[in-house]
Design a protein around this ligand. Sequence first.
Ligand code: PXL
Length: 265
Amino acid sequence: MQKKAVIVQDISCFGKCSAAVALPVVSSFNIECALLPTALLSAHTGFSRYTCFDLTQQMQTALDDWKALKLEFDGFFSGYMLSDRQAAIALETLRSLVKKDALVLVDPVMGDDGKAYAMLNDSFGEKMRELVSRADVITPNLTEAALLLEREPVLEGYDEAYIEKSLYELKKLGCKIPMITGVSFEKGKIGVAFLENNRVSFVFSKKYDGVTCGTGDVLSSVLFGALLSGAGTSKAVSKAVSAVEKAIKGGVKNYGIDFECLLRS
Ligand code: PXL
């Protein structure tokens, strides 16, 4: 039977990220996707001009409808949210609609380049840590890992020991398999570190300069689709890292990442 997943993401109407990437990519794994949209934006926040319509109310009513319909999901995948209230609704979704043995992937979208996103406050961090404690897999970048661990981000000059220590600390937040994305020890190479069964592994690819908005969404979407389809962690991470490499490589020519290349068979 086809698996069903609930995806908590914003709809950025222009700019190829969040739900616009997650829905087609996860669907390409033959998984049925239900979207719980957090916000409707004219374009993602990387543009010089955009408008953002907060969908908290709609999230709550959709959740009420889905409860009444007795929907049940085999997977839960969350990304961009606007507030602690939305994170609380995501938690309630997880508690009430997601099967006990479901795959739970939380991408704790909280910041980048050493800075927390402006609209997020301390209670968002608390709610996000609660969501993380219920997750099988989390995919923070270096900035988000530091925000979750409540310390200053280190973006350069770190070594393997620093990443390993951070992964063990993230695991203490209660998730099963912590990952850190955007890890780079040498110029021209970038990848993902993850901790599973007391072992830290790294998967790297070539680093391309170019568009980056949406790359985290490609990574988490492929990872989620592959894991929910039964792939082991190493295989799923390799698939996700190489998908990001392809999408960035193609994106240099086009506007935005070329995630569409992943949908062509
Ligand atoms: O890809 C992450 C993302 C998701 N949603 C919105 C964004 C971004 C990145 O900038 O602006 C609205």
